[in-house]
Design a binder for this molecule. Structure first.
Ligand code: NI
Length: 252
């Protein structure tokens, strides 16, 4: 069984979300929200589909449209059985640092919630790796996942010291992903999780088209090639990693 540990299954992106979920057959996926509306969608999806787990959170680029009530709504569902993490949360300076203070405030408040409810956190970091690291090191008691890791090998070493797990997705299959391939070559397999970040970042040969969770197999294939092991082994180990990092046994 494979687990896509990070995807977005929004109505806005898929005409037929049910079909996308069925394409995963008995494999599992963790659908992540990014704001009030998509968090609500995640809550509905996990109720309806046995193979879908959820993460809810306010994404750094969504903090402008969010407030304390958004965080309260998240808190109200952290004891739900199939809500397995807070995410995706983090820092994103790609579009500038205008909202930097509010991003940091929301990031920390959600990390505090994770600590209070003993929930794993799924972290997004874009053009902000140093600030992200500085905050994460204050929360190293938490179970943290860096999703779609795009940093250097050097940074990966520092995150590993915090016992962070790394979500690896379709970028690994891109021809120009030399740095990420080096990172994956370096990372111990027991700290790697498979993900797609659907509908974004479709792996080769579908680069540029709409991604979906079933493509997680293409990421597994590339990982197997880089690590010189079989794809079955990659799937076994990463699924085990996902179960332990997200405490999935508690949510079955
Ligand atoms: Ni994402």
């Amino acid at each position: 069984m494979m687990i896509d540990t990070h995807c977005h299954l929004c109505k806005e992106d898929y005409e037929n979300v049910e079909l996308i979920i069925k394409n995963m057959e008995n494999n599992k996926m963790i659908a992540a929200g990014v704001n009030d509306a998509t968090n609500q969608e995640v809550l509905e999806l996990v109720k309806k589909y046995p193979t879908v787990y959820g993460a809810i959170g306010i994404h750094p680029t969504e903090v402008g449209m969010s407030d304390d009530a958004s965080l309260e709504r998240i808190e109200n569902h952290l004891k739900d059985n199939k809500i397995v993490a807070i995410g995706e949360i983090g820092l994103d300076y790609h579009y500038g640092k205008k909202e930097k203070e509010k991003q940091i405030e929301f990031f920390k408040k959600q990390l505090d919630l994770a600590r209070k409810y003993q929930k794993p956190v799924v972290i997004h970091s874009r053009d902000s790796i140093e600030d992200t690291y500085d905050i994460m090191k204050e929360y190293k008691d938490l179970k943290m996942i860096l999703h779609c890791y795009s940093g250097s090998v050097e940074m990966a070493k520092r995150f590993l010291e915090l016992d962070v797990y790394f979500g690896i997705g379709g970028v690994l299959t891109f021809k120009n992903s030399r740095v990420l391939k080096d990172v994956v070559y370096f990372l111990p397999l027991d700290h790697i999780l498979l993900e797609t970040d659907s509908p974004y970042l479709a792996p080769e040969p579908y680069r540029g088209s709409k991604n979906e969770p079933k493509n997680v197999l293409l990421v597994a294939n590339m990982l197997a090639e880089l690590k010189g092991i079989s794809v079955e082994e990659v799937i076994n180990i990463t699924t085990k990693n996902a179960f332990s990092r997200f405490d999935l046994n508690k949510s079955l």
